[in-house]
Ligand binder design. Structure first.
Ligand SMILES: CC(C)(COP(=O)(O)OP(=O)(O)OC[C@H]1O[C@@H](n2cnc3c(N)ncnc32)[C@H](O)[C@@H]1OP(=O)(O)O)[C@@H](O)C(=O)NCCC(=O)NCCS
Length: 261
């Protein structure tokens, strides 16, 4: 057959679905969503600890309230009477180098710092400073650092904690720490943001740059669907979606430990 083309992702035969070789019925109920995402993107199942880390990455980025550009885009499009798919797609199209897209950029920039170090770990801070100076002179920013709202993002510390536990903190995480130290030394409060943490961790897990921003999209779709559904359900069509003019009226703070009792 001359028109044949190959795919190594999922094999479908009558009454059989195999993802990367694994029977999907065996995966179901045994493998978490994060581990399945790792499997489909990397081709192998992760260790249990890395599976938990992948789950945490997906959970960390599920939503960040009503101010991110992707949510404002999705809600604005939904307010015109657009379908769920068009509205969510508008949100996804707003994920770019400064929003969500910083993951791959950060991993690339950390990779450049590692190259500068050239195996001499004691030169890490110097290499980070040199990379930041070069970025500044080119009018560029270090992706994955700084945040409009948080100075100590609770998501990044938890991700690094889980990455440490999973043995997934390697040279990219070390380089990210060095960048943070450089900013602090220069008197700039620019902590690693959630994109930066995810970029560093995914790079240390061996993910290719090409799929990294996809992890943020995979994580954010449930949040976008919730925002579009709420827009369609609660708001007037063609309203002016004014950034920051919203008030949260959902459940009061509660703990997962309360639900376990
Ligand atoms: C997230 C972000 C837009 C927030 O910006 P902000 O808090 O509004 O800060 P500003 O754009 O006003 O910048 C304040 C100062 O910090 C500097 N700065 C902010 N983020 C920086 C970064 N990532 N790298 C280098 N310098 C940075 C600015 O150059 C500016 O310096 P100046 O006062 O000497 O001119 C910004 O930090 C950024 O562009 N980060 C990189 C992209 C990124 O990681 N996006 C994902 C966010 S979750």
């Amino acid at each position: 057959m001359t028109d044949q083309w190959n795919t190594a992702i999922t094999e479908i035969e009558p009454n059989s679905v195999r993802v990367r070789g694994y029977d999907i019925a065996d995966l179901m109920g045994h493998v978490s969503f994060g581990a399945a995402v790792y499997l489909i993107l990397q081709g192998e199942l992760p260790s249990q600890a890395v599976g938990r880390l992948m789950d945490a990455i997906v959970v960390s980025s599920i939503d960040h309230g009503a101010t991110p550009p992707s949510v404002l885009s999705a809600r604005t499009v939904a307010s015109t009477g657009a379908t769920l798919s068009a509205s969510v797609a508008a949100g996804i199209m707003s994920i770019n180098k400064h929003h969500g897209g910083a993951i791959a950029n950060c991993a690339r920039q950390l990779g450049r710092i590692i190259k500068r170090v050239g195996g001499n770990e004691s030169a890490l801070d110097q290499a980070a400073a040199a990379e930041l100076a070069e970025l500044k002179s080119n009018g560029q920013r270090m992706s994955g650092f700084g945040h409009r709202v948080h100075t100590a993002d609770p998501r990044t510390s938890r991700l690094f904690e889980l990455a440490e536990h999973a043995g997934a903190c390697g040279e990219h995480v070390a380089a990210a720490r060095a960048v943070e130290r450089c900013f602090a030394k220069a008197g700039k409060k620019l902590p690693i943001n959630v994109d930066g943490a995810i970029g560093a961790i995914l790079a240390d897990l061996g993910f290719s740059h090409a799929v990294m921003n996809g992890l943020f999209m995979i994580a954010r779709v449930p949040g976008l669907v919730a925002h579009v559904a709420e827009e369609q359900d609660r708001m007037k069509p063609m309203r002016r979606v004014i950034p920051g003019q919203h008030k949260y009226d959902g459940p009061a703070p509660r703990s997962i430990n309360d639900d376990k009792q």
